[in-house]
Write a protein that binds this ligand. Sequence first.
Ligand SMILES: *Cc1c(COP(=O)(O)O)cnc(C)c1O
Length: 379
Amino acid sequence: MEVPFNKPYITGNEIKYMEECINTGKICGDGKYTKMVSELLEKTMNSKKILLTTSGTHALEMALIQLNLEEGDEVIVPSYTFVSTANAVLLRKAKLVFADIDEKTLNIDINDVKSKITKRTRAIMPVHYAGISCDMDELMKVARENNIFVIEDAAQAVYSKYKGKYLGTVGDFGCFSFHETKNYVCGEGGAISVNLDGEDSIERAEIIREKGTNRSKFYRGQVDKYTWVDIGSSYLPSDILSAFLYAQLEKRDEIYAKRKAIYENYYENLIDLQNRGILKLPVIPEFSTSNYHMFYVLCESEKQRDYLMAELKKMGITAVFHYLPLHTSPVGNRLGYDIGQLPVTEKVGATLLRLPMYASLSNDKQEYVVDSIKRILSV
Ligand SMILES: *Cc1c(COP(=O)(O)O)cnc(C)c1O
């Protein structure tokens, strides 16, 4: 039996909507479907503005542009994240300050954040790893006390919640991804939720997204010609991809239910290994409602993790490790970071294994994964 790590879930209306989009004769950005998706996201997440972008990476870049960072300004980011969170900071020529993660949730360690705040700290970028929320009350408190922006990297956390509020709508900006590997997909895509008070920040986000022009205002008839007013880039997706995404989001409850069942099935069948001290399973804190983006196990050692991964591969199952800590990467080294500085991040990077997880994963295949893990670990 072959079990891939990920498989995009197709709901059935993708081609129909893409065809409809083509028939409208307007396939560039901000057409009918882009508007429909933005409105759906705003309404269902209670956000006052969500703009679709070409990727989660670009949503992060847009957020960082809005902060007007200057050389020497500092941004605190977990080292245990995807490169895009960190790249967005370096692209603004700001100083990247890596924080460690919490052993239980694998999210940014707020005590470590506190110890790294200086007069130059301008922003914190919490990542809601695996779709599980950071403790946002604690984090927002620290940020507000120190006059610091919060940009949520909610790339993995679309429709996850913190105390009933949708992730990505709690901080000043929230960034989402619709990459093929995420819960709701369109190949490559993303969105930014603008939560800062005031119309100015929404207008500026629209401008940055439209190459630094006020074209969005022009389309709404608020100005009679559009012109270059700020820096920006082309961050808006083709309406064809928005049409694809609309078909996904329409079926968000179905996708959520399937992922939840798969997550719970893994949990129930592997909890025995945790009770016997063989593996550790994910923890969802009380304040967090997960979107079940990922199911991972934490092994005892890197050796055990690599062995388990290799043996699963021989049995046709693709389980994968995740982030190599950014602070120990070549770029991290160039920035002056080194092994030994963020112990939890390093341990998790070496011992975490992600199991196959996608909405169409069958019971049979899942049972095969669980049985194979037990057989390999001889338990
Ligand atoms: C996927 C991901 C991104 C990047 O999203 P893209 O849409 O692939 O650009 C950023 N941060 C995190 C934590 C992610 O998981």
